[in-house]
Design a protein around this ligand. Structure first.
Ligand SMILES: [Fe+2]
Length: 385
């Protein structure tokens, strides 16, 4: 999604014969977006990639269901209080907030995915709050660590193999896709020199060639329904590929933040754009340098956006009572801003060490029962001085 990548063996033109050393014909799999008009990748399999039998569904995570309507308020969900249950991410993800464009949840897996999984509804963005591991696909292995964004294209089969130890991942399903904000690209698609990241900041999979893990089960989510299939061959039987559809990692600390004479709006922190949503990265940085600047965010009514903030670590200058793993949700329709005292206290500040992921959404977000179960009931009133 950042640039064309080529790995392994592939023929000199699209759609011409590629043969192995034994003369066997390889099988193309064209993974295409927007029908055949968008980004694509062509992979070359040792076996026909479209041989699979329908099987019974034995895996799948909780799908988002709206909690009973509560009315509008500023909310604070303690995501680390979501009960942990043993299992793989395909089984233990918990959706917390959703709308027609995004599903935001938390995953705390302690096992590798026992099946290959494809989200045919959405591109996925995992933010690794805690832990690390490997994302395994037919395009290669992609190592991820704490503080990494992992972006997984819609429809690509994958497994996650978490490292031993605690794992906490913020999960975002972008139902209309996710991409680099257009303002960070030049006319040829290259990242602009004044973008907050460069091509060198992103990691593509490491490709080693065909792999057979002995797993023949495939789980696919499409239309918020899980289906299962039994594969005839390993789906990782790929000898080479090229294209612009592949998973990648972007470490949040590679984001190049900006400071202005006075406070810059969140768009300057825009990292990934999705249909109806913008994901922003707030990383440690110097702050505004006008001698009378107020570095703390100003109270605002961003009347077209709900705002979600996932707090990672550091001192959050504008908020009290939130900590690592907190998710604040401030709906459009009522102003939001700093906690009492924070605005004044920020005068003269020169740095902030906050680390957070923010998302603005155009459509209202809906909490699930799992979100309500970890809600901090005193949050709305904590803004009253
Ligand atoms: Fe805001």
């Amino acid at each position: 999604m950042i640039e064309r990548v080529a790995r392994g063996t592939f023929p000199r033109k699209h759609h011409i014969a590629l043969r192995g050393d034994d003369g066997a014909l390889r099988w193309e799999e064209c993974l295409t977006r927007k029908g055949f008009d968008g980004l694509y990748t062509i992979a070359y399999h040792e076996h026909r990639p479209h041989e699979h039998r329908v099987a019974s569904v034995e895996h799948g995570f909780t799908l988002p269901v709206a909690a009973p309507p509560q009315g509008m308020a500023k909310r604070h969900y303690r995501s680390l209080d979501v009960p942990v249950r043993a299992g793989a991410q395909v089984d233990v993800r918990v959706p917390l907030l959703f709308n027609e464009d995004v599903v935001v949840g938390i995953a705390r897996p302690d096992q590798a995915d026992p099946v290959y999984y494809a989200n045919a509804d959405a591109d996925e963005v995992l933010f690794i709050f805690q832990g690390g591991g490997v994302l395994r696909t037919m395009l290669g292995d992609l190592r991820f660590e704490q503080d990494d964004y992992v972006v997984i294209p819609k429809g690509l089969f994958y497994r996650t193999l978490p490292d031993a130890g605690p794992q906490t991942w913020l999960t975002v399903e972008a139902l209309g896709g996710v991409h680099i904000p257009t303002q960070w690209r030049n006319e040829a698609g290259q990242l602009r020199m004044d973008a907050p990241y460069s091509h060198r900041d992103f990691r593509a999979p490491t490709f080693v060639g065909p792999l057979d893990e002995g797993i023949r089960q495939l789980l696919v989510k499409r239309g918020h329904t899980f289906s299962a299939f039994t594969l005839q061959h390993s789906p990782l039987d790929v000898v080479g590929w090229d294209g612009a559809v592949y998973p990648f990692v972007f470490p949040i600390l590679n984001f190049q933040p900006r400071a202005g004479l006075v406070h810059l709006p969140p768009d300057w922190h825009g990292t990934f754009a999705a249909r109806g949503a913008l994901l922003c990265s707030f990383v440690p940085r110097v702050v505004d340098f006008h001698p009378e600047a107020i570095p703390c965010p100003y109270p605002h009514s961003s009347v077209d956006c709900d705002e979600v903030l996932f707090y990672c670590r550091g001192n959050f200058t504008s908020r009290r009572g939130v900590g690592p793993g907190s998710i604040s949700y401030h709906p459009a329709g009522i102003p939001h801003g700093p906690h009492p005292g924070a605005y004044e206290a920020s005068l003269g500040a020169q740095r902030t060490d906050e680390l957070a992921v923010m998302m603005d959404t155009l459509r209202p977000l809906i909490p699930t029962a799992a979100a309500l179960a970890v809600e901090d009931p005193g949050y709305q009133d904590s803004f009253i001085s």
